[in-house]
Design a protein around this ligand. Sequence first.
Ligand SMILES: Cc1cc2nc3c(=O)[nH]c(=O)nc-3n(C[C@H](O)[C@H](O)[C@H](O)COP(=O)(O)OP(=O)(O)OC[C@H]3O[C@@H](n4cnc5c(N)ncnc54)[C@H](O)[C@@H]3O)c2cc1C
Length: 427
Amino acid sequence: MPAEPVTPFRLRTTDLLPSTADLVVVGAGVVGCATAFRAARAGFRTVVLDARPRPATLTTPAATGAYRLQFDNAQEVALVREGIELYEDFAALAGLPGHDLGLRPQGYLFCARDEEMAARQRELVERQHGFGLEDVELIDGDEARRRFPFVSDDVISARFRARDGFIDQVRLAWGYAFAASAGPGVERPAESSEATFALGQRVTGLRTVGGRIVAVETHDGAVAAPLVVLATGPFLGRTAALAGVDVPIAPTRRQKVVVADAPEVPADAPMTIDEATGAHWRPALRGAFVLLTEPGTPATDPTWSVPTSADFAFRLLDPASPDSVAAVAPFWADAWERGINWLIVAGQYEYTPDHRPFVGPTPVDGLWLNGGWSGHGVMGSGGGSRLLLDAITGRATGPSWGIAADGPGGNPFRLDRAMEAGRHDVL
Ligand SMILES: Cc1cc2nc3c(=O)[nH]c(=O)nc-3n(C[C@H](O)[C@H](O)[C@H](O)COP(=O)(O)OP(=O)(O)OC[C@H]3O[C@@H](n4cnc5c(N)ncnc54)[C@H](O)[C@@H]3O)c2cc1C
């Protein structure tokens, strides 16, 4: 018996560059596709341009596909919360009956192995409760082992939120794209418009007249438009420079070990993080995705092909390594002893100076940004793109958490905000 298809939809694309649009989105990763979905829903005749021949083929597929509300500030909690609410009911809200995002709300478990880290957990969870994130639990080591028997005896405390989880981020990106392009079978509100995807179109110029954007140029010609959103992931700084806009993005390699087959990994485990090292893993395929924050990684130019380093897998999987995932989940040592097969993939985190995204206007009229997600673009795409379209239209269509407005107390994700230097976040 063939498996049920995960979606009955097909993307509508064009080989001919459209000559005009109400709004052009540059970039068809998960963020650009989300932007196109919101723009079409807001009634804009939208054109999406991407240099690559298929959507979601640069940074987006490299992601771990994980989402969480366990942030250290209320604004990112609100931004991501809105996206998760969309993903939890995506087929209905995006008008895509039968479209499966592979959502797995299995939780995030942050584990502490010493008193200092346990104290930091207590302080953070108290703050999270303070800004309304009341379903984050602080549990002791025994309770962590009762719920998750794989947890090591060394763990003395953990913070856990059951509704955090995992998503297939490529299906999410394509879901946004299907809903935006409104092909056969897509249900959409009468007042919405459609997006046309022109792929294999690298944007080489942004034409301005008198400080206003007027057109987007590719090797095939130009699309005239009064509104342009740049959603080019690690290339955001380079693309914005085409219009003379300086956007500080530091593309930084981030690797992921894919262990495709490891029966030791409990399929229902949460994302499990060692707070001390930042090493983390989550069940995926018949094994796991295993990752590590490498804070010293230097920023580079944006690139279409990110090299990997074999050492990375040894750092995470060899039980003798100080960063080994076996410290929190000893079954990884057994897997190592019997022999594990792995491969490494890599993408670039698109870091901003304060590790928060740029969602808002630029000094060029009509030119907008949706990027700099600093490693959170999958989980942030739903809320961020709604926020952006509200800012463009001047309408508040989302939850009123006060970030669509400009000015003091307004959008904290504007390019011209005051930025505190890099906060440390283990993921
Ligand atoms: C290893 C790793 C793990 C991650 N894990 C998570 C996670 O668990 N959860 C999470 O939320 N996020 C995660 N992220 C971050 C997430 O993957 C990114 O934030 C997100 O994919 C960014 O999406 P995007 O659409 O902005 O960028 P991309 O997916 O990079 O898309 C940008 C698009 O712009 C196009 N483009 C660039 N320049 C041009 C041009 N001149 N003309 C036309 N097109 C152009 C590119 O072709 C590309 O298709 C992870 C990232 C990595 C690397």
